[in-house]
Design a protein around this ligand. Structure first.
Ligand code: FAD
Length: 393
């Protein structure tokens, strides 16, 4: 059954009609950046919420499971993402205060376009309209400010002052703690979706052989979504293998710690990184999509070729890091949609099921705004945005 504009509002009306004595029961599967925030917003929207995850929030298999993630608002011509970043920034900041723990480090982020700077140029007016603090620097000006960076081949530098990084897995745990403190229920269980009949999904099967019946189900299962829903999602989400390297900074040298911003090389290289966080080292990763990857059982041993490529890039762009030892490495996966935009939509055959995913290597920062968006969809307070609709794919 294809949900109509009317049925969207009917869902919301049904919840309101249920009144305080019978709350809508929502089961959210996946406690990563998307699912954790969705569960929290649903709870605050008046629902009874059960959040489930097979391995835990920000676990080592999850896409949200890394040390850090950049938050920045350069999104080419896509205003919708700029608005989501602004909303997310506000929510990350608000929750730092509310939970009295650090979630976000405002160290700024620089983007270094090469010859083709259309993406960055298109982003400038949108970020200004949104009231974000940005500046355009020549390579010479940038070189004076950050002498530890060699701006060779860089056309100009876009500095986002509001940007920075988020402590990824830790923040997932913070969201879960907040959710539980506010009355949400968390269960660590593997979930198999129920069968779909008559336009609705039946109860979920859990890994302890129990069954969970709820009024509505949200699946925010990151790179697992395609396998869980081979018909509705299938190949529309492709997990790819991504390697991240952490190089040791010189002893006592603050230049490659938080004395410099996070950075994204917009030229041909595709590398990006975050200066040392919590003494883990200088992070470098290649944004180029790696080979297909199985998030459950894929081999997470980093390759020597990946480490060599990261080192080659690092020693060129950050000469002071020449010869730095590799101190840590991780393998994670992106969960790519074909156009790299999110999927936030209702299941095409089940009116009580919502799908949230397709972070495509840039979803983490948006967790707070995505969660709010999905909760509003579920509660009938907004309609599916065509930009995030399954139909577009
Ligand atoms: C190396 C790397 C760098 C990145 N850098 C950035 C960045 O700088 N900035 C940024 O904004 N984004 C970045 N991203 C992207 C971002 O991390 C992801 O888009 C985002 O974390 C996806 O969150 P999610 O909640 O959709 O998925 P996940 O975090 O994968 O969460 C899905 C959860 O579902 C659970 N689950 C799956 N199947 C089941 C099941 N059957 N039963 C129960 N539970 C289940 C899993 O255990 C998991 O916890 C990066 C990603 C990677 C891999």
């Amino acid at each position: 059954m294809v949900p109509t504009r009317r049925s969207v509002f009917k869902a919301g009306a049904a919840m309101i009609a249920a009144g305080p004595q019978k709350k809508l029961h929502a089961a959210v599967v996946g406690a990563g950046a998307f699912g954790g925030w969705t569960a929290l917003h649903l709870l605050r929207g008046g629902a009874q919420v059960t959040l489930l995850d097979a391995w835990g929030p920000g676990n080592s298999r999850a896409s949200s499971g890394g040390e850090t993630r950049i938050i920045r608002a350069t999104y080419g011509p896509d205003r919708i993402y700029v608005q989501m970043v602004v909303r997310s920034l506000a929510l990350w900041r608000e929750h730092e205060k509310r939970w009295n723990r650090p979630l976000y480090r405002q160290i700024g982020c620089i983007r270094m376009p090469g010859k083709d700077d259309r993406y960055e140029k298109a982003a400038l007016p949108l970020m200004r309209d949104a009231g974000l603090a940005i500046e355009e620097l020549t390579p010479r000006e940038a070189g004076k400010r950050w002498p530890q960076i060699d701006f060779d081949g860089v056309a100009w530098v876009l500095h986002e002052k509001d940007a920075g990084f988020l402590t990824a897995r830790r923040n997932c745990e913070a969201v879960l703690s907040g959710f539980v403190r506010e009355g949400g229920e968390y269960r660590q269980r593997g979930v198999t979706p129920g069968s779909i009949a008559g336009g609705r999904m039946e109860g979920l099967s859990l890994s302890d052989n129990s069954r969970l019946d709820a009024d509505v189900y949200v699946f925010a299962c990151g790179p697992w979504l395609g396998k869980l829903f081979p018909g509705a999602i299938g190949e529309r989400i492709q997990p790819t293998r991504q390697e991240i390297f952490f190089f040791g900074t010189p002893a006592g040298d603050p230049r490659f710690l938080e004395e410099m911003p996070a950075w994204i090389d917009g030229g041909d290289s595709g590398f990006y990184g975050i200066p040392g966080n919590e003494w883990r080292g200088f992070k470098i990763a290649d944004d180029g999509r790696g080979p297909a990857f199985d998030p459950t059982s894929g081999d997470r041993t980093p390759t020597p070729e990946g480490a060599r490529a990261a080192r080659r890039y690092m020693e060129h762009r950050f000469p002071g890091m020449k010869g730095a030892p590799l101190v840590e490495a991780r393998v994670c996966q992106y969960e790519n949609s074909p156009d790299h935009h999110f999927i936030l939509d209702r299941h095409p055959e089940a009116e009580n099921v919502w799908l949230a995913g397709g972070g495509s290597g840039h979803g983490y920062k948006m967790g707070p705004a995505v969660g709010e968006h999905v909760a509003e969809l579920v509660l009938g307070k907004r309609q599916v945005d065509p930009f995030f609709a399954l139909k577009r794919l």
